[in-house]
Structures are given as C-alpha cells and as structure tokens.
Design a protein around this ligand. Structure first.
Ligand SMILES: NC(=O)c1ccc[n+]([C@@H]2O[C@H](COP(=O)([O-])OP(=O)(O)OC[C@H]3O[C@@H](n4cnc5c(N)ncnc54)[C@H](OP(=O)(O)O)[C@@H]3O)[C@@H](O)[C@H]2O)c1
Length: 397
C-alpha cells in the first residue's frame, strides 16, 4: 500500500502536473485569449466582430437553435449585434434558426427578442430593421427534410438580396439515446443525426453554392467524448462484430455512450477534411467543444439513467458551465477570423469548463490536445479521408 502511495506521489502526480504545465504553456503561446492577462472571449468581442465583418449582410445558420447551446448562440449573436449598433452601423444580421420543432423554435425566438431588445434601446428603429431571427424547419434525421430546408433557404437568401451563408454552425445533436438503426442510411441514430445529417446539410449547401463565395465558415460542435478514435469503426459502424458487439449485447448503456463518442469523433474528422478540401475555395472549417454545459441534453440524453441522475447531471455546477458560457466556444470558432484559422479547434481551457481557447489544428503536427495522443497523425488523416468517402456513399443511398 505504501509503495503504491509513493508511486502516485513521486511519479504519477508529477507526470500529470508536467503534462498540464506543458498544455497550458503551449496554449498560452499560440492563443492570445488563453493568456490570463486578457479577458476571456466574451460578448464585447462578439459585438465587435459582428460589426467589423466585411460582409454588410451576414447570414448565420444554426442547427438545433431551439435549445441549449444553439439557443445561447442565437441569443449572444443577437445581443452582440444590438449592443454594437450606433449611428454609423451599416451591418445587417440574419440568423437562421434551424429547428425540428417549429413551435419550440418560435417560442425561443420570441424569448430571445424580448431579452435582447433592451440592449438596442438607443437604436431601436435600426435594430428592428437590421436584425432578423428566422425559424426554419429542419429535421436532420430525414434526408427529405434536409433537402426541403436547403431549397427553402435558397429562396429565402434570394429574397434577402441574393445573399449567401457566412456561418454554418452544425450544432444540433443527440446523446446517449436508446439503440436504433435508421433505415435511410442503415446507421445507428447518433451517427446518423450528429454526423451524417450535418454532412448531408453541408454538402447540399456547397453543391448549391449557398456559402458566401469570398469567405464562409463551418463550425462543427464536437465533444470531449470524441477522445477515443478506436470507437469509430467504419467497417463495423453498428457494432455487429468483435468486442463492440459484446459491449452492445451486455452493456447497452456503455454502447450508447460509445456510439455518441464515435459520432463526435466523426465531427472532428469532418472538420479536418472540410478544411483540407474546401478552405482553398473560401469555405473554412473549425471545430468547437463546449465542455460540460448544463443543457437539456442531460435530460434527453442518458436514456438509461434514472431521473435523479439526469437532474444531478443537469444541475451539477462542479466542473460544468452554464450553456451561455459553453456557447462561447462555438461563437469564437464562428466569429474570430483573426486568431482562429481553418482547421483549428476551440475548447474550454480546463477541458470541461473555462475560457474559450484555441488549441491549434484539430489534427495537426503541433497540437497538444488530448484528442490526439492515441494514434499517429497519418492514421488520423487516413481515417478522416475514409470517413469522407464512407459518408458520401451513405448520403446518396
Ligand atoms: N451540453 C454539453 O455538455 C455538451 C458537451 C459536448 C458536446 N455537446 C454538443 O453540443 C450540441 C448541442 O447540444 P446541447 O447541449 O445544446 O443539447 P440540447 O439542449 O439538447 O440541444 C440539442 C439541439 O439539437 C436539436 N436536435 C436534436 N435532434 C435533431 C434532429 N434530428 N434534427 C434537428 N435538430 C435536432 C434539438 O432539438 P429539440 O429542441 O427539438 O430537441 C436541440 O435544439 C450537440 O451536438 C452536443 O453533442 C454538448
């Protein structure tokens, strides 16, 4: 017992401390916002960045805008826009709230408008004419819904003065829900919605040339759950063989968490591949991880858990964040064009909570983030390419 204690004190603890020290010094060396001398990325930055964008009419499209991080993102964008308005402002902001439940979406829209309108008190007329929150129906589980959404979006963009999408925030997601194979793609539901749904949406937007031709950004919301690459098995996506099949049979709860992790890993590979293939054409791609944010996913997810565990998960304030703070990762990923580049990854400094910091390329040579310690970069890049080809086949089925 004493020798175990000694190993922990003299070996493991210093090792962890030194890794942590290296991580913090690395992040501080590449990212101004990671410095403790500077205030964290916040609403003032959001306001400044929206109003300094070159595009006069900006279009930000957010999936899953009816709840949690999506809702907080809409709110902060609207608030930042309202706060920055003055007599010289010329910008217009259109936020497309893509939701599967339109009633919920409309209620959220009204709630946000009543909350942010006071921030524009001196410029009310301008605010009313230049900020638009547009709820639109989108169910990422259904290919027909995605197709219809894109067609309607095309028409809406034309009526907005033939404008294009500046930011696509691929935020919607499900977590830890009961096992289900979706017939359309013959894929487990979390991979089907979280990855394939967004892959299909993004591909349609590219195909229809609905992204802004000079500069656009796609933000993919991933998770710490993406940590293990081994769980994303393209050859066995539904866990039908080997140890994953055994986990599915005997530990379905664990299997559902692994499926979630695999879908979030796919979000990271998608970010990397989009960056590799499209950044040259002006479509940038950035990943964000919102830490542990207290949102309704803690209730809708964890299908296996009793109610009290869900309540603990949703209310626990240790190492977690309010969804408004969690949303700052994806907002920085979307808006910060100066210090966040295509292929980068924005995460909370302390993994589950903290300021929004840039840890560099999702899969880059210098990256220090814990998502990269398991496999070699060559292996990860190959996997990203394989996922791209697999997804393309899946969405034409
Ligand atoms: N909260 C966290 O700690 C955490 C951590 C890591 C990553 N994330 C990721 O953050 C993203 C947002 O999650 P959240 O925490 O904000 O959860 P949330 O409050 O449950 O929001 C999820 C959103 O996704 C929408 N959605 C679910 N399935 C959809 C579908 N088939 N089609 C269209 N929209 C759909 C939901 O719509 P309804 O309102 O109709 O249900 C809701 O608006 C997810 O991708 C999640 O994986 C969250």
């Amino acid at each position: 017992m004493r020798s175990i204690f000694k190993v922990v004190i003299y070996v493991i603890f210093p090792l962890i401390l030194s890794c942590f020290y290296r991580y913090v010094t690395y992040v501080q060396s590449i990212d101004p916002f990671a410095s403790f001398d500077r205030a964290p990325f916040n609403i003032t930055d959001i306001s400044r960045l929206i109003h300094s964008n070159e595009a006069k009419t900006q279009v930000v499209l957010i999936t899953g805008a009816s709840s949690g991080l999506g809702k907080s993102s809409v709110k902060f964008l609207a608030q930042g826009f309202a706060q920055g308005l003055n007599d010289e402002s010329t910008s217009e902001l259109n936020i497309i709230m893509a939701c599967r439940n339109m009633k919920k979406c409309e209620n959220v829209r009204k709630e946000i408008l009543s909350e942010v309108t006071p921030f524009a008190q001196d410029n009310m007329h301008r605010f009313m004419n230049t900020l638009k929150l547009l709820p639109m129906k989108l169910d990422l589980e259904k290919s027909t819904s995605i197709k219809m959404f894109v067609e309607e979006l095309e028409t809406s963009l034309e009526t907005m003065g033939d404008t294009k999408v500046n930011v696509l925030m691929n935020n919607a997601g499900v977590m830890g829900i009961s096992h289900q194979i979706v017939e359309e793609t013959n894929t487990e539901i979390q991979m089907h919605v979280n990855h394939l749904g967004h892959f299909r949406l993004t591909s349609y937007l590219i195909k229809k040339q609905l992204f802004h031709s000079k500069h656009a950004r796609v933000v993919n919301v991933s998770s710490l759950a993406a940590i293990l690459p081994q769980f994303l098995q393209l050859e066995d996506i539904n866990f039908e063989h080997g140890y994953l099949a055994k986990i599915k049979e005997y530990l379905p709860t664990l299997a559902s968490i692994i499926y979630y992790g695999a879908s979030k890993r796919a979000n990271l590979y998608f970010t990397h591949s989009l960056h590799e293939k499209y950044s040259i054409q002006g479509i940038e791609s950035v990943a964000a991880h919102p830490g542990y944010s207290r949102t309704s996913i803690m209730f809708t997810g964890w299908s296996w858990a009793p109610q009290f565990i869900k309540e603990v998960m949703a209310q626990n304030t240790i190492a977690s964040m309010h969804s408004d703070d969690g949303a700052l990762m994806q907002l920085r990923a979307a808006l910060d064009l100066d210090t966040v580049k295509s292929g980068d990854y924005i995460v909370p400094m302390w993994f589950t909570a903290g300021r929004a910091v840039n840890v560099g390329k999702v899969f880059g040579k210098d990256s220090m983030y814990i998502h990269h310690f398991v496999k070699s970069l060559d292996w990860e890049w190959k996997r990203a390419e394989d996922l791209w080809s697999w997804s393309k086949i899946k969405i034409v089925q």
